[in-house]
Design a protein. Structure first.
Length: 486
């Protein structure tokens, strides 16, 4: 493709995105009101796959045994560009959007308190826009859009990679909502293992015959004490945090079963594996001390996230071309009121794009896209749409998610990703440069998934929560579905 026709492709993409801005915003709002937590994204997945099917994509649902996962494909042959996005909310995240005060839609219900619905919206819009331009200008290649459920449990994407869905992919893109507009290079997040430790003992009457009991809750507590002592000796950048998922039923019944669910994090996959193995030793010690039996369920194991430098340069240049959205006085005023109500620094909205993050300045967080980023070159875009200083998984993180602040950020991000993808598809030398630098970046580190070959995903930790809340949340679902002009 000539330089002239790259310019034509970009003009056509920007035109498509501007023409479909209302449908894109409506997609975001539909997902927001579904507000489904990890692995309960049934409405969200069915809505997104229907949009993709209507736009001419082939859709395979339930990939890697996740009922709320999908892969949507359009086009044929090389190069193959993958997009992947999450669309889960969090338990207790229900919050009305456009209200600068804590005010749940349904008290106690799950909801979007971070903005993953915007992440998915950007990816859907990008896939549709890129497809439209490729079709019109006969640009060769394949688009694969992966719906990745359960990001908050860091669970689905290592399974996709293990099961071969990325074997033919040339480059992958991920995105995430933020209050800033930037990309990143090198290692950007850390590795994670999610595992539940279950102890089995003997129940008995706690008053009459406690000497006959073997208390599984004691083992959970001793494991916790062991981890607290061991914490002194872990590397400073390691993290270990947990919730007790089963502590027993009532005080006069000695707990026959008790479980604790841990996340372990380290800079490298190797460090995280070491931390997990030491924790397992401690759990075995706790089982021995209490004469209980231990079983360990590794739910997920994720490599750190890393980003390729050539893809980062394309994203960085393109986001500078597109620039930050122009915020209205009302939007800035709302952001200030929200910051005030959340008790954080009041500074309105950012007006400048940010520097590229990195190289190799990882945050102490993880994302299950990590495995993808070691399998194929990956680029990631952080886009504005949230409000500076408010925090995720807090009511304030959801209070702007259907306002024009988020809608404008989504449009800007869709433009950056679509133009970057069209550039990768149009410039044959670019992808060979991406491949070459990726090989250099990976060096002699041999990637292999940390989850075992035969492992099936463990599903639906929020099933009962949703059985209760889904009927109440359904009353707020958006009836209007987006119409995309192709
Ligand atoms: Zn997130």
């Amino acid at each position: 493709m000539t330089a002239h026709s790259i310019a034509t492709a970009k003009v056509a993409a920007l035109d498509w995105i501007d023409r479909n801005a209302v449908a894109i915003a409506e997609t975001n709002d539909c997902l927001f009101y579904f507000g489904e937590p990890s692995l309960e994204e049934y409405e969200s997945a069915s809505f997104l796959t229907s949009v993709l099917r209507n736009a001419g994509f082939d859709v395979e649902t339930g990939i890697s045994d996740f009922p709320t996962a999908f892969m949507a494909t359009w086009g044929s042959g090389a190069p193959v560009i993958a997009l992947h996005a999450e669309y889960d909310g969090t338990p207790g995240g229900s919050q009305k959007s456009g209200i600068a005060a804590q005010d749940p839609i349904v008290p106690g219900a799950p909801g979007h308190a971070e903005g993953h619905q915007a992440n998915a919206t950007v990816m859907i819009a990008t896939a549709l826009a890129a497809k439209c331009v490729m079709e019109k200008l006969r640009i060769k290649g394949t688009l694969k859009l992966f719906g990745a459920p359960g990001e908050e449990l860091a669970i689905s994407r290592p399974f996709f990679v293990r099961d071969g869905y990325f074997d033919d992919v040339d480059a992958a893109f991920h995105n995430h909502i933020s209050d800033a507009f930037f990309t990143e290079v090198g290692q950007t997040q850390i590795s994670l293992i999610s595992a539940e430790f279950t102890f089995s003992g003997e129940s008995t009457h706690a008053g009459l015959t406690p000497w006959l009991g073997r208390d599984a809750l004691d083992a959970v507590i001793l494991m916790d004490n062991g981890m607290a002592q061991y914490r002194e000796h872990i590397r400073p950048e390691m993290r270990a945090h947990r919730v007790i998922t089963n502590g027993g039923s009532q005080p006069n019944v000695i707990s026959e079963k008790a479980s604790v669910w841990w996340y372990f994090r380290g800079i490298s996959a190797e460090d995280t594996r070491t931390l997990f193995e030491r924790a397992t030793d401690i759990a075995e010690g706790a089982a021995r001390m209490t004469q209980t039996r231990l079983s360990v369920d590794v739910k997920s194991a994720v490599w750190p996230t890393r980003c390729n430098r050539v893809l980062a340069c394309i994203l960085d240049r393109t986001l500078r071309e597109i620039g930050m959205p122009n915020w209205s006085d009302e939007e800035v005023d709302f952001a200030r009121k929200l910051q005030q109500a959340a008790g954080v620094r009041v500074e309105g909205l950012r007006t400048e794009v940010s520097r590229m993050r990195g190289p190799d300045a990882p945050e102490m967080s993880s994302n299950d896209c990590g495995d993808i980023s070691w399998k194929v070159p990956m680029g990631r875009l952080w886009f504005p749409g949230s409000v500076p200083n408010v925090h995720f998984h807090h009511w304030s993180g959801g209070a702007m998610l259907t306002t024009s602040i988020t809608h404008k950020g989504i449009i800007a991000a869709t433009k950056v990703l679509t133009l970057s993808i069209l550039e990768c598809l149009s410039e044959p030398n670019l992808l060979s440069e991406v491949r070459k630098t990726f090989a250099e970046e990976i060096g002699d580190i041999l990637y292999s998934p940390m989850i075992p070959n035969d492992q099936k995903p463990s599903l639906r930790p929020h099933l009962r929560l949703m059985e209760h809340y889904r009927p109440l949340m359904r009353e707020y679902y958006q009836l209007k579905r987006p119409f995309f002009e192709m």
